[in-house]
Design a binder for this molecule. Structure first.
Ligand code: ADE
Length: 300
């Protein structure tokens, strides 16, 4: 999978791509990231990328021309000129478009056409970035991330080139760079081979629903502790006692079904405490509902 990031701060991404899982994924060629300096596409002495807003008001707006030239240099056409039927699904939970199977540069008549890139504008006005959307992006071949700055980006760029406007949360950042890094990180770790343990991304918070999770071979009944739209349970490692606090006994006794029940209860507790809104969309068993009622009863 390839990401292209268009930014006025290309240096911002150096340390992000030079550490941890992303560094390994890049080194192994599982992910490719191109960072493109918007100022390269200016033609004046001051390399001007912004201008004052029409209609007055605070701040500056990213000019359309350098962005349009940046897109052209990346081979990105206006939306209307791209192949039809390969845009984002209106509902991110809907069917995921498969990754293009044709190897690069080998688009024979029989192979499926490589879908056009998904062009995303990072902005506080965007739709929320979610795990479901990360999964959808991970199923595509190429994503182009445009980092907004100042007061925003000339809206015609959004209109002509961008498939969606994306926000990473209800707060205003100084620009889209941090948001782009978040999108790359959350997406690339879902790609096959990126995480050491292929399964681990499925079992954490916002993982796939229980029903979709395969049973693991290591004896721990994972199918029962898939997140299923809940937050993850707490994790502990050695020592068994730290600062006078002991690891819950259940985790030490090796009884997998008891561990499973304990973890599920912890998921429910954490979700109820921190993100009660998630409970509405979560896959809950009868046992889960009973447990939830009991937990709710504790605080009444
Ligand atoms: N740019 C400024 N704020 C942002 C946000 N919350 N998400 C994405 N891009 C942004």
């Amino acid at each position: 999978m390839r990401f292209d990031i268009v930014t006025i701060f290309p240096g911002f991404f150096a340390s992000i791509f030079d550490n941890g899982i992303l560094r390994r994924a890049l080194a192994e060629g599982l992910v490719t990231v191109g960072v493109h300096d918007l100022r390269v596409f200016t033609h004046d002495r001051h390399r001007t990328v912004d201008d004052r807003p029409f209609g007055g008001g605070e701040g500056m707006v990213l000019k359309p021309q350098p962005l349009a030239e940046a897109f052209a240099s990346l081979g990105i056409q206006p939306k209307t000129e791209r192949v039809k039927g390969t845009g984002f699904s209106p509902d991110v939970d809907a069917e995921i478009e498969p990754r293009a199977l044709a190897p690069e540069g080998n688009a024979s008549e029989n192979s499926s056409p490589i879908p056009p890139p998904r062009v995303i504008l990072l902005s506080a006005q965007g739709r929320p970035f979610t795990q479901a959307l990360a999964r959808e992006l991970a199923a595509t071949e190429r994503v182009v991330l445009v980092c907004g700055r100042y007061e925003g980006v000339d809206e015609r760029i959004n209109q002509i080139y961008c498939d969606m406007e994306l926000s990473i949360g209800d707060y205003v950042l100084s620009g889209g760079e941090l948001a782009a890094a978040v999108v790359v990180d959350a997406t690339m770790r879902l790609l096959p081979g990126v995480l050491g343990n292929e399964a681990s991304s499925e079992f954490e918070s916002f993982g796939v629903a229980d029903a979709e999770i395969a049973v693991a071979e290591d004896g721990v009944p994972r199918s029962q502790h898939g997140a299923g739209g809940l937050l993850d349970y707490p994790h502990y490692t050695r020592p068994a006692e730290f600062a006078g606090l002991r690891v819950p006994e259940t985790l030490l006794n090796g009884d997998h079904s008891e561990i499973r029940r304990w973890r599920r209860e912890q998921q429910l507790r954490k979700t109820l405490a921190n993100r009660p809104d998630l409970l509405e969309g979560a896959t809950l068993s009868k046992e889960d509902r009973k447990l939830l009622d009991a937990i709710r009863g504790e605080t009444e």
